[in-house]
Design a protein around this ligand. Structure first.
Ligand SMILES: [Zn+2]
Length: 409
C-alpha cells in the first residue's frame, strides 16, 4: 500500500457492494440479538419486537452511521493484518488506534488525518459491536485506554512541521547534484526533473512517484510560442468523486538551470538511451554531452518526441544507483522524500526539517511570497480547502493583510 494512503480511510476504497454488505451487517450487530432471542423465549415475538425497536433507537442515526463506517474500517484493517475482529484482541485494537492516530492528513502531511474525538468514536464503535454480541469489549483493557489517553495528550502538539522548500533553497539543492559526467550525471538529470516538477507542479510525493513518460508531454504555449510541459495526474483519492485526471502545466524556466522543460529534455535523452542501448548507451551519451551547455542555454525548444510515451507506462522516476544503473520500476513515495532529505543534508541543511511535502508546500509559500492570490495557488496545487492555502500564505507573509501593521508603532 502506498505510504500516503491512510489506513483509517481504508473503508473509502472498498467497492460499494462490499461496503453496503458490511454496513448492513453492522446495523444488526449493534442490537443485542442474544437478548432479543431470550425475550422471544421468555415472553413472545411482540415483546421482542418492541424491545428491539428501543434498542435500535439507543443511538442517533448519525452515531449509528459513524459506527458502521468505523466498524467496517476496523474489520478491513483486521483482514489486511490477518487479525480477528470479533472478539478482537485488546493489543490489536491498541495497534489499530495508534496506527490511525499516526496517519498524516492526505492533503497536508503537516496535520493529522483523524482527531482524538474521531479515534475515541472508533473505539466506542468497537465496544458497541462487542457489547451487542454479548462479549467483553477489548476497549476496556488498560492497553487500549492508555493508548487513547496517550493520543489525547500528544495531540496537544501538532505534528512537526516540515519546512517549505523556497526557490533559493531549491537552487542550492540543485547545485549539490552529482557532477554531469558518468555515472553521477544520470542521477543529476533525474533529480533536476524531480525537484523542479515537484516544486513547479506542487506535486505530492505519491504523485511524483506514480508519473510515467506517458503522462508528460511538451506542448507549445499559444500566446508566446514557448514550450510548455504538461503533466497529467491520475485521479487522486481526494477527487475520487470527480474521477477525472488532473493536469498541471509547467512553463519554461527563466533560466536554463531552473527550467522544468530543459530538465525533462535532458532526462528523456538518458531514458531513451537506456531503453534502446542499456547502461553502455547511457555512458556513451554522457561522455559525448558537453557539460558546459547545461547551465548556459535552453535545450527545451529543440525538443522532439521522446518515443517513450506509447502506452508502455515507463516510470518517469526510476531508482538510480551510485553506479548510474537505472532501475526498472518507479521510485516509491518514501524514496522521493528521502531524496529531498539527502539533498538537504548535502546542502548543509537539517534533513529532518524537509520531506517530500516540502516541494508542494514550497510551491504555495513561494507563490504567496511572489504575490499570487489564493485562488491561483489553489488551482495549480489542486487544493480544495482554502484553509490549507491560507496557512501557507500566513507563513509566507505574516504581516500581509494583518491589522498589526495599522497600529502605528
Ligand atoms: Zn528550457
Amino acid at each position: 500500500m502506498d505510504e500516503d494512503t491512510p489506513t483509517a480511510d481504508v473503508a473509502q476504497v472498498v467497492p460499494a457492494e462490499v461496503r453496503t454488505h458490511l454496513e448492513r451487517g453492522t446495523q444488526s450487530v449493534l442490537v443485542d440479538t442474544q437478548a432479543l432471542e431470550a425475550v422471544r423465549q421468555r415472553f413472545d415475538e411482540e415483546q421482542a419486537t418492541v424491545l428491539g425497536s428501543y434498542l435500535s433507537s439507543a443511538q442517533s442515526p448519525n452515531t449509528l452511521r459513524a459506527y458502521r463506517t468505523d466498524w467496517a474500517a476496523f474489520t478491513l484493517w483486521c483482514e489486511a493484518e490477518q487479525r480477528q475482529f470479533l472478539p478482537a484482541d485488546p493489543i490489536d485494537v491498541a495497534v489499530y488506534l495508534a496506527t490511525a492516530a499516526s496517519t498524516p492528513s492526505h492533503d497536508n502531511p503537516d496535520r493529522w488525518a483523524l482527531s482524538p474525538a474521531t479515534l475515541e468514536r472508533k473505539a466506542a464503535a468497537i465496544a458497541a459491536v462487542h457489547g451487542a454480541h454479548g462479549v467483553p469489549s477489548p476497549t476496556r483493557a488498560d492497553v487500549v485506554r492508555l493508548t487513547l489517553r496517550g493520543i489525547r495528550r500528544r495531540r496537544r502538539a501538532q505534528p512537526e512541521r516540515k519546512h517549505p522548500l523556497l526557490l533559493h533553497t531549491l537552487e542550492t539543492l540543485l547545485e549539490h547534484r552529482p557532477p554531469p559526467e558518468y555515472p553521477g550525471g544520470v542521477a543529476r538529470r533525474r533529480d533536476a526533473l524531480l525537484l523542479l516538477t515537484g516544486f513547479a507542479g506542487a506535486l505530492r510525493r505519491s504523485e511524483l512517484a506514480a508519473l510515467t513518460f506517458d503522462d508528460v508531454t511538451v506542448d507549445t504555449e499559444a500566446s508566446t510560442g514557448d514550450p510548455l510541459l504538461i503533466v497529467r495526474l491520475a485521479a487522486t483519492k481526494t477527487d475520487q468523486q470527480a474521477r477525472h485526471a488532473a493536469q498541471v502545466a509547467l512553463p519554461r524556466g527563466r533560466r536554463p538551470v531552473t527550467c522544468p522543460i530543459c530538465a525533462f529534455v535532458d532526462w528523456a535523452e538518458i531514458a531513451r538511451a537506456h531503453h534502446t542501448g542499456g547502461s553502455s548507451a547511457v555512458r556513451e551519451l554522457l561522455e559525448r554531452s558537453s557539460s558546459t551547455a547545461e547551465g548556459r542555454m535552453h535545450r527545451c525548444h529543440t525538443h522532439t518526441r521522446t518515443g517513450l510515451d506509447e502506452g508502455n507506462r515507463y516510470p518517469l522516476f526510476p531508482p538510480v544507483n551510485q553506479h548510474g544503473h537505472i532501475g526498472r520500476h518507479a521510485m516509491s513515495g518514501r524514496a522521493v522524500a528521502d531524496l529531498v532529505k539527502r539533498y538537504a543534508r548535502r546542502a548543509g541543511l537539517d534533513p529532518r526539517a524537509f520531506s517530500g511535502h516540502s516541494l508542494r508546500s514550497g510551491f504555495a509559500t513561494q507563490a504567496a511570497l511572489s504575490g499570487a492570490d489564493d485562488r491561483a495557488i489553489m488551482r495549480q496545487g489542486r487544493w480544495t480547502n482554502p484553509k490549507t492555502v491560507h496557512g501557507y500564505i500566513r507563513t509566507a507573509n505574516p504581516l500581509d493583510d494583518n491589522a498589526v501593521t495599522h497600529l502605528g508603532l
